[in-house]
Design a protein around this ligand. Structure first.
Ligand code: U2F
Length: 471
């Protein structure tokens, strides 16, 4: 592409932690494919993330360049010589680097944006950012261009964050009514089966700032489909003028022959391994990109697999044998027994795994993308949520959609997990969950057809981004 011919320059700013960058990149790919197909004028997408995140994403996917998606690095905000508090291999799992990134973001984002404008030879015409990066909204305002805020999580957590100022007083009010009264959130439409303790931590400064700044966005885009939660969709429509569910982002048609390699790459042979198993028989386990359960819980989960003898595929980032040998005093008999029928990998092509007919249940931390992908695969879930929106996602999955259950007592124990596996894989209730998740998947597929809600909303998003004029 000749730099002189660039007519539109869209800036995509990601929150460079967990699955946030890959989720925003999936949306970027779809937008870029639409831009390529929309006529002769050329559009460049600058994708801003840290060097570490950009190099992982762009190394894995050579088709990004042909879509005019270019990586630009933003400084990670860590002070020179920063030493993480524990486990250097896993520093990106900790909260401190996130807060340091956000604190330094105003200057770092501006610097990176100026560099990209120089390199592309065209001023930024629209700023799209992870909703966590409200500072990108200020950058858009300074330039007089629209700001589109993208929520990679679900719409329920957005409602909660938005209402967070009002909630603490209401919870205190509920607490004075009497200890017999259930502390449910029935004062928010659609939340009658959600308990106060399932709320994301509203004191986190990142989430608090997001909620306070969202009204400045010209559009709010959510990684979901309207039919998943009609009551919540309606509420958000009434709050925000331009509220668009265009997801699931990871399932958007990419409009190129090359699938997103970051997700579908299978170096560990998971799919061939699944081919050797009966339909609905395999337990798939993954806790996403940021959670690491305690060793005692990993052991309990392993014991339940050894006891039930179910085949399992477990994506685990780290050395599970090392973890378990600490707790078992070097005796790995349980793990060896379980592994006769199991496969451990450091990374699985999760969406393809969940779509494979052999997978019968997904043991998950209830990250939003994992929930959507399980729906897309028609697979019921066993949830063990940890923090942030995960407890709320789990109640949505269990109580609203009724397509899975949480582990007893909220933590993995051997017998509790055995019972949960039995319920989903062998009981009538498990079959009903499978039927319900299948129906939800039908609605998801419909939403992505040309006249479906996600496709229609995507068209509105394109208008917002591609026709953006100076405000
Ligand atoms: C944070 O969650 P995570 O990034 O930990 O979890 P998910 O939203 O479920 O996303 C994980 C993605 O990584 C992929 C998987 C998902 O798309 O398919 N993956 C994979 O392909 N192979 C593997 O072996 C393991 C994972 C946060 F902690 C949550 O609370 C939020 O809900 C979430 C979304 O904002 O981000």
């Amino acid at each position: 592409l000749q730099e002189a011919s660039v007519e539109r320059h869209i800036a995509m700013f990601t929150f460079p932690f967990a699955s946030h960058p890959s989720t925003l990149l999936a949306l970027t790919r779809r937008l870029a494919a639409a831009a390529v197909g929309s006529g002769p004028s050329s559009t460049v997408f600058s994708f801003f993330s840290t060097e570490r995140s950009n190099s992982a994403l762009f190394r894995a996917d050579s088709s990004l360049a042909s879509l005019n998606i270019r990586p630009f690095n933003v400084h990670d905000g860590l002070p020179e010589g920063y030493v993480p508090r524990s486990d250097p291999k896993r520093m990106w799992l900790q909260a401190e680097p996130m807060h340091l990134f956000i604190r330094a973001a105003p200057a770092n984002l501006r610097r990176a944006a100026a560099e990209a404008e120089d390199a592309v030879g065209c001023r930024i015409s629209c700023v799209v950012s992870d909703a966590f990066l409200w500072v990108a909204g200020s950058l858009a305002e300074e330039r007089g261009v629209p700001w589109v805020a993208v929520r990679t999580g679900g719409p329920r957590s957005l409602v909660v964050h938005f209402q967070i100022q009002m909630i603490p007083s209401t919870i205190r009010h509920l607490a004075t009514i009497g200890s017999e009264d259930p502390e449910v959130l029935d004062f928010i439409p659609g939340f009658s089966s959600t308990e106060c303790r399932d709320l994301p931590d509203g004191n986190g400064s990142i989430l608090h700032s997001m909620a306070q700044n969202l009204h400045r966005a010209t559009a709010i885009v959510v990684n979901s489909f309207e039919e998943a939660d009609p009551v919540i969709t309606q509420q958000l429509h009434s709050k925000f003028q331009n509220y668009l569910s265009v997801g699931p982002f990871g399932l958007l048609p990419q409009a190129t022959s090359s699938p997103n390699k970051y997700f579908s790459h299978d170096p560990n042979g998971c799919i061939p391994w699944l081919e050797c198993h009966e339909p609905n028989s395999v337990v798939y386990i993954s806790f996403g990109t940021i959670v690491k359960p305690k060793t005692s819980e990993l052991m309990a989960l392993m014991e339940s697999l050894a006891e039930t003898g179910h085949p399992f595929l477990w994506s685990f980032y780290g050395d599970l044998a090392e973890e378990l040998s600490i707790i078992s005093g070097g005796n790995l008999a349980v793990m060896e027994k379980a592994l006769v029928r199991g496969k451990m990998v450091r990374w699985a092509p999760q969406l393809s795994v969940l779509r494979h007919p052999s997978v019968g249940v997904f043991v998950t931390h209830c990250g939003w993308n994992s929930l959507l992908e399980s729906i897309a695969g028609g697979v019921p879930m066993i949830g063990r949520p940890f923090f942030a929106d995960q407890p709320l996602n789990q109640t949505t999955m269990e109580d609203e959609w009724k397509i899975g259950l949480g582990v007893e007592g909220g933590v993995f124990t051997k017998q509790g997990t055995v019972r949960a596996l039995e319920m989903v894989l062998s009981r009538e209730e498990g079959k009903k969950m499978r039927l319900r998740v299948g129906a939800l998947n039908d609605a998801l597929v419909k939403s992505m057809e040309p006249d479906g809600s996600s496709s229609q909303n995507f068209n509105k998003l394109m208008m917002e981004i591609f026709n953006s004029k100076k405000l």
